[in-house]
Design a protein around this ligand. Sequence first.
Ligand code: NDP
Length: 333
Amino acid sequence: SHQWQLMRRPVGVPVAEDFRYVSVELSPLADGEVRVTNEFISVDPYMRGRMNDVKSYTPPYVLGETMVGGAIGRVTESRSDALAVGDLVQHFQGWRDVAQGAAAQFRKTNEIAGVASSVFLGALGMTSLTAWVGLFVIADMQPGDTVFVSGAAGAVGSAVGQIARSRGAGRVIGSAGSDEKVAHLIDRYGFDAAFNYKMGDVAGQLATAAPDGIDVYFDNVGGDHLEAAISSFNDGGRAALCGAISSYNSSEPPVGPRNMSMLTTKGLMLKGFTIGNYLEYSPQFAAEVGPLVASGKIVYDETVVDGIDNALEAFGALMRGENLGKMVVRIGG
Ligand code: NDP
């Protein structure tokens, strides 16, 4: 099995020397175990946090051990009654082409004819669930609300905009890091307005895009985006703090919003969340969003990088914003 291991804690942007790519001899299966050949592995921004040696909601990666994370694959060998050869399964063994272990570590997944299994890592998986929970459980989005989402052309962000629209948001606004992404937000995902945050002044661009203010902010970025949202909030505005990717690769402490007093004067609510604490909403999410994806009312994009040997490159590209929608690594495709 080919696997990626973290060897050193990155400082700032991760470099190749922080990792090693190894070939591991797999032991024969014991009773109750299965072997799985992965179809796709997920690379996600939160993995940058796990590369640091800090206590967080997910424990740090252990140096010299294979990096864990979401993946989906097919059972190729089974010594368990629970899973049969050919079953599609999700698991959390991460950056490797072949995974094995007790059958209970693998969750059987019903395939959708004609749809690549990567959909379960993105549009029908954790990233879209994050969008749904952030909008409705955390930020209490209501029909008619003006919703702003940063990182809008990414996996979570593209789902946020479209799910908000399908629940009757009044106006949906997004920000992203290139003119192509901005055009895509409007043309493909149906955003009402969008801007390129690299073209300067986030607060000014947001104020122009939302002349009547915003009611909900879904924050994937933090920093100047959060400060801009606070300034544009109407009274009673709510923010779901999902991520702060603008500071993930920085070795300096991030600068906080300088306009916190507006929380008081406008009666704002800012609430953070991590999706692992809200998994009980999975059935409700699937019942609402599954049919919308199946009917094409919600569309999604994936950026596919081929080969387990390119997993680190895929992660780097994700950090540089080279992905549109969900970034996945295809194994043996
Ligand atoms: P994305 O698909 O959004 O990929 C990351 C994107 O971040 C890039 O495409 C890039 O787009 C953008 N980006 C990179 N650097 C910066 C920067 N300095 N400033 C602004 N944008 C930047 O990833 P996900 O959808 O998986 O994750 C989005 C966010 O949601 C992340 O913050 C992640 O940590 C968070 N998250 C939180 C969860 C939770 O439980 N709270 C669960 C899942 C995700 P661009 O070209 O626009 O810059």
